[in-house]
Design a protein around this ligand. Structure first.
Ligand SMILES: [Zn+2]
Length: 585
């Protein structure tokens, strides 16, 4: 007996052991954890588990393969019980088009997970899911993401497409620009003692390098990123990968490489930009776009260049509602115009989505270096926004080093260490680690993801919500009825951008009146509903073209003769379809 008990106990222990081993192997379950960054394998797993947990609400599909053959996934959240996804306003969210800007993916995953796990639990979220179709591409640049996690990098490398480059034209391409000389997983900086140097260590913290005073020599020379001469020709880093920026690859206001570094040979050169463009063209309901990047704490809207001229004022008014609220939802972030407040860009993604797809479009620049502060609360609150965007000030770097020491416990900065370099001799290697500078420590990840997801959800709550009603049906002559139709858009986003109307991107919303034994004699937009003034359309009065602006009401009159059932149909690419009926007699 005792033997059997022992056997059972052993079996139980073995089973428990198996379970815990599996849990270790794959700890990604629903709800998704946000105490870590997802490498590419984890990302694929996260998409799979969400799809499996919510099969009735989600679709996961591979839309293309990257240059190196990795799958690019798109993910849809739509409730089929409230209609086909194409019949609802579409909200598209992506991230990580720049391979190193990894936390953009966690923001997208957070939003997916948040919508699904709160559906049916939180009224506001349930309504958002029921009324919209959500489209996600959590990682656009999967090659970049793979290499950022799996290879040594600086915080800024592996941004672009994996397009071969051969700087020295010896038919061997892609010898890396940098090398992790000390094998610590990060590409950091090289410094060498030099009596004729231009740099000194900071008196408060010798880890920080500062320029020598004008007119004086410093004690150090900075030699740039860790690297050596891979082709043994005494030149360094001349055979780097070619830099093609996937966010300069879109077929709208595109410019060639001599105008803008990072442009490819032609628009849509990258597999994924081509695939996403086709994906969006196949989803003409997309009215709202967010593309997440790092860094700087910004919500950027177009235009990308000054030459495009200012956007239409009525579109700007909509952007302002969304952008000014996003600023408040994510404290410290600023709502800005990209060419004016940052720099000009040609052929970027949101230029394409606004100009060609007809969607209100934001770039979300995640993370602010000034969040990694080591300061009293009142100093933090009074800190100016000078270092907005890129780079940091010396004062901020001193704080960040203390933050590294006492809050992140040394994980953000690689201490300077001596190294014997094949060309430079005795040098030191050190500096900000790969997982620093542009991404927050994981303990700050969830807060950042939640607030930025909330900014997207604010916009999703403003997608056009149109109600149609027949408000009048009266006989005005022997055989003539006046039928008045009212269309109300309850939300801030119009059913079409003004830009789309003015540039005739696609046919406007359509309002039709038809019925057996009924002839539409006249029809048009009501310009004064109290005096029955109507701007009649000359040809085909039974078909009216329109747009319903944000939070507004429009009226249309149809004068019809005959007897029977009259059907009014409203059909909008972005706002869906509505039908109303009335009897003419
Ligand atoms: Zn970016």
């Amino acid at each position: 007996m005792k033997f059997i008990y022992t056997l059972i106990l052993a079996l139980l222990l073995a089973a428990a052991g198996t379970i815990s081993l599996n849990a270790q192997k794959s700890s990604i379950n629903v709800p998704l954890p946000f105490d870590r960054y997802y490498d590419l394998e984890d990302l694929y797993k996260a998409i799979e588990v969400l799809n499996e947990a919510f099969p009735e609400l989600t679709t996961a599909e591979v839309i293309t393969q990257s240059e190196e053959g990795r799958d690019v996934w798109a993910f849809t959240i739509n409730n089929p019980e409230t209609g086909d996804h194409l019949a609802k306003p579409g909200v598209y969210v992506d991230g990580n088009i720049h391979g190193n800007e990894i936390q953009a993916t966690e923001v997208v995953l957070y939003l997916m997970n948040y919508l699904l796990t709160n559906y049916g639990e939180v009224e506001k979220i349930t309504e958002l899911v029921d009324r919209n179709a959500f489209y996600f591409v959590p990682s656009v640049n999967v090659d970049g993401r793979y290499h950022f996690f799996n290879n040594a990098n600086t915080p800024s490398t592996n941004r672009g497409l994996r397009v071969p480059g051969d700087g020295i034209r010896d038919a061997v391409s892609d010898r890396s620009i940098s090398n992790d000389l000390n094998n610590d997983g990060s590409i950091t900086q090289m410094r060498k003692r030099d009596p004729f140097g231009q740099w000194n260590t900071h008196p408060e913290d010798p880890r920080l390098m500062v320029r020598a005073e004008p007119g004086e020599f410093g004690e150090w020379t900075l030699l740039g990123q860790e690297r050596y001469d891979i082709t043994e020709d005494t030149q360094i880093s001349e055979d780097a990968e070619r830099y093609v920026d996937p966010n300069r690859d879109w077929g709208s206001n595109w410019a060639p490489p001599y105008v803008q570094r990072g442009a490819g040979d032609y628009p849509f050169m990258g597999n994924v930009s081509k695939a996403i463009a086709e994906y969006m063209v196949g989803r003409p309901n997309i009215i709202m776009v967010f593309a997440f990047h790092n860094t700087g704490g910004m919500f950027l809207r177009g235009p990308g260049t000054k030459a495009r001229g200012p956007l239409n004022p009525s579109d700007v008014a909509v952007y302002d509602i969304l952008g000014e609220n996003a600023e408040k939802i994510v404290p410290g972030y600023d709502y800005l115009i990209s060419w004016k407040d940052l720099y000009s860009t040609y052929g970027d993604f949101t230029e394409f989505t606004y100009n060609t797809i007809g969607a209100f479009s934001f770039v979300g620049e995640l993370f602010m270096a000034r969040q990694e502060t080591y300061a009293a609360y009142e100093d933090l609150m009074s800190a100016d926004h000078e270092s907005l965007g890129f780079g940091t000030t010396t004062e901020q770097d001193l704080q960040r080093l203390k933050f590294n020491d006492n809050v992140a416990h040394g994980t953000l900065f690689k201490e300077w260490e001596p190294f014997d370099h094949p060309i430079y001799g005795e040098i030191e290697i050190g500096g900000w680690a790969k997982m620093s500078t542009r991404i927050s420590h994981p303990f700050m990840l969830k807060d950042m993801a939640h607030r930025n997801a909330a900014a997207v959800l604010f916009a999703a709550a403003q997608t056009p919500k149109v109600e149609m009603e027949i408000t009048r049906n009266e006989r005005i002559d022997d055989n003539l009825n006046r039928v008045r139709v009212r269309l109300v858009n309850h939300n801030a986003i119009p059913t079409m951008t003004n830009h789309a109307v003015q540039n005739q991107l696609y046919p406007q919303d359509m309002l039709t009146a038809e019925g057996n034994n009924i002839r539409v004699v006249a029809g048009g937009r009501v310009t004064d509903r109290y005096r029955d003034r109507v701007n009649y359309k000359e040809h085909r009065p039974e078909l009216q073209f329109l747009r319903v602006p944000g939070t507004s009401v429009v009226y249309y009159d149809f004068l019809v003769e005959g007897n029977g059932e009259l059907t009014i149909n409203y059909n909008s690419r972005k706002a869906g379809q509505r039908t109303a009926n009335t009897t003419i007699n």
